[in-house]
Design a protein around this ligand. Structure first.
Ligand code: TXA
Ligand code: MG
Length: 326
């Protein structure tokens, strides 16, 4: 009970900060977000500065509900079906921007579309409600680095700043290692043209979306054209190098296993011993950070990662790993 009332107070405090133009880090069911009032230009610019994020990279706007999203974006039939099926939840819709909206220019980075999502995490949901505005929020990590799925990750990056970090006081750290249920960013789907197109893989897979829309969805060439590291921007990257699809360990490597893979050395972790892709996704950033810290402390030169099946949620894991190994 005590935790609950402290959490309620923290959410109210965070909402006041958002309303007065400050920045708050908050848990969502995907990863932690670094949020500000999406209608306040100065507040939004603080996010870009804190993350050292290029201003050409637009932000996702977090809303209470579909009707809230309709204040800023134009919904077609597919968008309505997807929001009805997956919101609140880990699906971001890229939609045409409504004319005469009050969204800050920097959120959009010059585009005439907008990315919107209604998160299911109750803290995120309450924060948006109490702030009484839409919240622009990228993942709460320095640009290019591994995303944050725990309070401690966010604290590590932003404790020296004015950012107020909301913590899920109801999570028992002895039972659960991360505050974000899925641990990997939302799926992004672009609905601005005739064919719905996946722009980022996530927990909600292309197959599930196809099934709900009763039609094929396209996969953006920015996902399919990537055959090798070096073909894309560095993203989600630990400081230690990654070697993917490893079947043995080389000298001076530590291992990130999956299922019954056996990359065994002085220190190694397993994304999911039972080979469950959802569990693996939820552990991915947490374990990359643990291995990165260990490698830096023990002068290990590389993290070797076992093969992950490239199906279902494995598409999202492999996409993140490929970019992280860049
Ligand atoms: O799960 C998530 O989506 C998390 C949580 C905090 O909600 N947020 C997140 O934000 O991952 P961020 O900024 O790290 O990634 C958002 C991605 C960026 O790659 C950005 O380029 C893309 O969304 N994006 C934003 N607006 C867009 C638009 N109008 N069209 C296409 N892509 C867009
Ligand atoms: Mg990000």
């Amino acid at each position: 009970m005590q935790h609950l009332s402290k959490l309620t107070q923290d959410i109210q405090k965070a909402a006041e900060i958002i309303k007065s133009g400050g920045v708050v880090a908050f848990p969502t069911e995907t990863v932690y977000g670094l949020g500000a009032d999406a209608t306040n230009e100065k507040a939004v610019q603080k996010i870009f500065m804190l993350k050292n994020r290029p201003c050409i990279n637009p932000l996702i706007v977090h809303v209470k509900s579909m009707s809230h999203a309709k204040d800023i974006a134009i919904f077609n039939d597919d968008a309505t079906i997807l929001a009805k099926n997956f919101w609140p939840g880990a699906l971001t819709l890229v939609l045409p921007l409504k004319e005469h909206n009050i969204i800050a220019k920097s959120v959009l980075a010059g585009l005439n579309s907008i990315a919107v999502r209604s998160p299911s995490n109750l803290i995120a949901h309450d924060l948006i409600n109490c702030s009484d505005t839409a919240i622009a929020a990228p993942s709460a990590n320095p640009s290019g680095y591994v995303s944050a799925s725990t309070y401690e990750h966010v604290y590590e990056h932003f404790h020296n700043t004015d950012v107020f970090i909301l913590r899920d006081l109801l999570v028992n750290p002895e039972i659960k290692t991360h505050d974000c249920l899925y641990g990997i960013e939302s799926t992004i789907i672009d609905l601005t043209s005739y064919d719905p197109t996946i722009l980022r893989y996530g927990f909600i897979t292309p197959e599930i979306i196809s099934e709900v829309l009763e039609k094929e969805v396209k996969i953006s060439s920015s996902l399919t054209a990537i055959k090798a590291p070096g073909m894309m921007l560095k993203h989600y990257s630990p400081e230690t190098k990654l070697r993917l699809n490893a079947v043995n360990l080389d000298h001076n490597e530590i291992g990130l296993n999956f299922g019954d893979s056996k990359l065994i050395s002085t220190f190694n972790l397993n994304l999911s011993i039972s080979g469950d892709l959802a569990i693996a996704a939820s552990n991915l950033y947490y374990m990359l950070r643990v291995l990165d810290n260990y490698a830096k402390q023990h002068k290990i030169s590389q993290i070797a990662v076992a093969p992950i099946p490239n199906i279902s949620i494995g598409l999202a894991i492999n996409d993140r790993l490929m970019r992280a190994s860049n």
